[in-house]
Ligand binder design. Structure first.
Ligand code: UTP
Length: 289
């Protein structure tokens, strides 16, 4: 299978980052010099994805504006001779074919994915969660695409998390089939300690096939009263081969305060605009802690 489309669910309410996210979408919070959503779009593009659909809601129009032109600002910058800044401002509108759809009710991630069905049509597609920034040598969604292309099967991106943390994720029942590749037998969302299958949890990246849509359409609400993508994946895994890839990369949960701050520090240290300044600042600051 060849994956050319990606969806980015970004319609969650972001209640873990209040009060900042009362009016600013969490995907627009800056990580160094750009909003976190831009890193996710860049990951998809680096993996050869051509068309991207971002799933938003009525309070996230800032996302649409960010990937559009801004004629007034561009004109002002051009008049001031700031040509590099004109290019910078326009670049986010030209980076990919990006479109938007609104999830009209916050009914869960599974429901958000279902709202993308018309965009996806009958093709395999990538899913990159809007609040998981993942860095690595190779784009993580590309690592999943590679296996999906080769094995012609849906693939989820996993890493082992601590047993203390697994209750906040989903847990996968897996069997190893190759280096870093597993066959998925079952999954459970937010397991209680006695329900944990393994430390492997899905961390924000998927390559799915359109047969997930009829499953989502008929799914009853699960954990938290929401339509859970995990429940649909469990059903899919019972019907066809599904694989998990233990991806190489570092994942930041930018929807939590700690994950967001770690991400800001790590990616700012790597940013040529502010990296060496920040390293120096942190070294000096650490002496006084
Ligand atoms: P999260 O549970 O991490 O995000 O959803 P949230 O609901 O915004 O977070 P909190 O817990 O209130 O802080 C995982 C992903 O699913 C998307 C979110 O935007 C995030 O990318 N999502 C969740 C939707 O798009 N729609 C929903 O109805 C729920």
């Amino acid at each position: 299978m060849t994956v050319k489309k990606a969806i980015i669910p970004a319609a969650g309410l972001g209640t873990r980052m209040l009060p900042a996210t009362k009016t600013i979408p969490k995907e627009m919070l800056p990580i160094a010099d750009r909003p976190s959503i831009q890193y996710i779009v860049e990951e998809a593009i680096a993996a050869g994805i051509e068309d991207i659909l971002i799933i938003t809601n009525r309070s996230k129009a800032a996302l649409e504006d960010y990937f559009d032109y801004h004629p007034e600002l561009e004109e002002r910058l051009a008049r001031a001779g700031r040509d590099a800044d004109v290019k910078l401002v326009r670049s986010t509108a030209d980076m990919a074919n990006i479109s938007f759809v609104r999830q009209k009710e916050t009914k869960g991630l599974g429901h958000a994915v279902w709202t993308a069905r018309h965009f996806v049509g009958n093709e395999p597609f990538a899913v990159l969660l809007g609040d998981d920034v993942i860095t690595g040598e190779r784009p993580v969604i590309g690592q999943l695409k590679e296996i999906a292309d080769r094995e012609d099967a849906p693939v989820v991106g996993v890493q082992a998390v601590s047993l203390d943390a697994i209750g906040r994720y989903c847990s996968l029942d897996v069997e190893k089939v190759a280096d870093r590749v597993f066959s998925v037998r079952d999954l459970i969302e937010k397991p209680k300690p006695h329900e944990v299958y393994s430390p492997y949890a899905i961390l924000g990246r998927y390559v799915l096939t359109p047969d997930i849509f009829p499953i989502l359409e008929n799914l009853s609400p699960g954990y938290g009263g929401e339509i859970q993508l995990t429940d649909a994946l469990a059903k899919l895994a019972s019907q066809r081969q599904m694989l998990a890839v233990e991806f190489e990369g570092r994942r930041f949960d930018t929807g939590s305060l700690e994950g967001y701050l770690e991400c800001v520090i790590e990616l700012s240290l790597r940013n040529p605009r502010c990296g060496s300044w920040l390293a120096e600042y942190l070294k000096n600051r650490a002496k006084t802690l």
